[in-house]
Design a protein around this ligand. Structure first.
Ligand code: ADP
Ligand code: MG
Length: 244
C-alpha cells in the first residue's frame, strides 16, 4: 500500500484516492493569480498544524511578502518560522551559475544544512518557472530542476509541490516540459468566464498510480480556509444557460 498524505484540501484528497503519495513530486500549474501560492501555503499549513517540519522556497516573491500576504488570509506562519518548523527560503538565480551547475549544488547544500537532523515532510518550490527567466538555454534549467528533485526525493524523502506559471492564454501545461516529465501528478488551476464573471476552476490532470476523478470543479479563496471547493463547473454552466 502506498502511503498518502493530505493535500490540505479534503475534497481534493477524495478526488485523488486519499491524497498525495508520500515522497513524490507534484505540479500545480496555472496562469498568474489563479491561486498557486495559496494552494502551496495551505498544503504547508496542514503539515505544520500536524506537527510536521516544512520547507517553502520562493523563487519570485520576497519571502517576507509571502508571509505577510498569508496573514491577510488569517494564516500565521511567523510563529512556525520562529519555532523552526517552517524553513523559508528565497532564491534568485543567475544564468551563469545555472550553466556551471553551481546553483543546484549551493541550493542542495543550503537545504541539507538547514534540515540536518530534522525530518522534512513537505516542501514547496514556488514557482519553478521563475528559474528560467533570462536563461538563454533551457537545458540548464531542466538539468537544475532534475538534480534538485532527484535529491529531494532520494535524500529528504519529502513530498514536494512544484508550482509553474502557464503563460496567459496558452494551452501548454508548463513552460519547459521538465515539470510535466518529473511530476507524479498534475493539478491545473484556472479561471473561466461565466455571465461576465470570472470563476476559479480546479481539476486533476494526471496522478500516477491513482484512479482519479477528472471533473473540473469551481473553487473560492476564503480567508481563514484558503481554497474551498464549490460545485462542478458543468453545474454552473447549466444554470447559467438555463437562465437565458
Ligand atoms: N486575503 C484574501 N482573500 C481572498 N482572496 C485573496 C486574498 N489574498 C489573495 N486572494 C486571491 O488570490 C489571488 C492570488 O493568488 P496566488 O496564490 O498568489 O496566485 P498565483 O500564485 O497563482 O499567482 C489574488 O488574485 C486574489 O484573488
Ligand atoms: Mg504565486
Amino acid at each position: 500500500m502506498l502511503e498518502r498524505i493530505s493535500t490540505g484540501i479534503s475534497k481534493l484528497d477524495e478526488l485523488i484516492g486519499g491524497g498525495f503519495i508520500k515522497g513524490r513530486t507534484y505540479l500545480i500549474a496555472g496562469e498568474t493569480g489563479v491561486g498557486k501560492t495559496i494552494f502551496s501555503l495551505q498544503y504547508i499549513l496542514y503539515g505544520l498544524k500536524n506537527g510536521e517540519n516544512c520547507v517553502y522556497v520562493s523563487f519570485d516573491e520576497r519571502i517576507q511578502n509571502v508571509l505577510t500576504g498569508a496573514a491577510s488570509l488569517g494564516w500565521n506562519f511567523k510563529d512556525y518560522v520562529k519555532q523552526g518548523n517552517l524553513i523559508p527560503f528565497e532564491i534568485r538565480l543567475r544564468t551563469e551559475d545555472l550553466r556551471h551547475g553551481k546553483e543546484s549544488k549551493a541550493f542542495i547544500n543550503a537545504i541539507a544544512r538547514y534540515t540536518r537532523n530534522k525530518p522534512i515532510s513537505r516542501l514547496v518550490l514556488d514557482p519553478i518557472s521563475a528559474l528560467a527567466q533570462g536563461a538563454g538555454d533551457l537545458m540548464w534549467v531542466r538539468e537544475y530542476v532534475r538534480e534538485i528533485v532527484a535529491y529531494l526525493e532520494e535524500e529528504l524523502g519529502c513530498t514536494t509541490l512544484v508550482t509553474c506559471d502557464i503563460p496567459t492564454g496558452s494551452n501548454s501545461l508548463s513552460r519547459y516540459g521538465v515539470e510535466e516529465f518529473l511530476a507524479s501528478g498534475i493539478i491545473v488551476l484556472g479561471l473561466t468566464r461565466i455571465d461576465g464573471k470570472h470563476v476559479r476552476t480546479i481539476y486533476v490532470r494526471k496522478m500516477r498510480w491513482t484512479p482519479i476523478d477528472m471533473t473540473m470543479y469551481t473553487y473560492d479563496i476564503v480567508p481563514g480556509e484558503g481554497i474551498v471547493f464549490g460545485p462542478p463547473l458543468s453545474e454552473l454552466l447549466k444554470s447559467a444557460s438555463g437562465g437565458l
